[in-house]
Design a protein around this ligand. Sequence first.
Ligand code: PLP
Length: 386
Amino acid sequence: MSKRDFIPITRPTFGPEEEKAVREVLRSGWVTQGPKVAAFEKEFARLTGARYASAVSSCTTALHLALKAAGVGPKDEVITVSHSFVATAASIRYLGAVPVFADIEPSSFNIDPRRIEPLITPRTRAILCVHQIGMPCDMPAILRIARRHKLFVIEDAACAIGSEIRAGRHWEKIGKPHGDAACFSFHPRKVMTTGDGGMITTRHASWDRKFRLWRQHGMSVTDLARHGGRRPVVESYVELGFNYRMTDLQAAVGRVQLRRLGGMVRRRRVLARRYTQKLQGITGLAAPAEPPGVRSNFQSYCVRLPEGVSQKRVMTCLLKEGIAVKTGILCAHREPVFTREPFRAGTLTQSERAQDTAILLPLYDSLQTAEQDRVIRALAAALERR
Ligand SMILES: *Cc1c(COP(=O)(O)O)cnc(C)c1O
């Protein structure tokens, strides 16, 4: 099998437009957080319908700042899922707070709203819900619980750029945000990429001001000094901050990727539908299902293997055919780090089952239908040999 025939799990789409955008930034001489970041933020806010958007270095740093803005601190508890990339739970630990893991719904792989309320204590400060694999969570149910208990809602939307929720007769993008803030990732494993990078959208002007302060070392330049014309500007450091900046090189790529987003998501949806149609014939295999009122961007295509089939064997079979597959999402509470870090949890039966029975198939907008057919044939063959 030649290298060209190998089908990866994902592949970013870049063209001459990204190259030109980067070259322009290099030639301008201004390479870190500057005019391109500001323009990217404005365009991102327009796309998601958010009032405020601030760019940061990753979704992990976005989550850290969003939870900090919610006032999360030592001894506080944040309800989230274990069934997520480890950064979700880690961001809670950055603030000394304790992650409280709720189980997931088996069909959507997202937090089961019915599991939230029994986990609430006087120490609960926020719900950190994850739109896993790009599938929006049940936001109306989550927001009802949050309102009832006066909790903040932070959305881990790392995978969910371009995903949508129905609001009456029209659709709203994830990141409007429906909670207090939503955090996005531009890692190459996601639908659009800037190499690395992140974005926080929020409905609160005061949070947005904090994000801008914290991402840049807590450096404050007063409005008077900024707008004061010819007088020299001396900055001051008013809070303990971080270096969580996005560079203008990344933002320039992000602006082009944002223009590609609609097309990339459309193509992913077509390919996902095609997978679902063609995999229907395989008994026991469960395709991802969009609950009513949501539309996924299909950041990944996650199937559940029939009962009793070894994930490892199927993955080995596909790899032999030159096809990359991955296990489903790992559970944080099963990783060695959480033998040392504190957490609390309800029963996590569905989370563990999802980790043990799901696999991710290759899906990206440049995947050809002939390549997709190869994946389907290889998967069917692997499952026949039971
Ligand atoms: C990828 C991912 C993150 C981390 O994003 P980075 O930009 O790599 O920091 C966080 N949460 C979820 C659910 C993710 O999939």
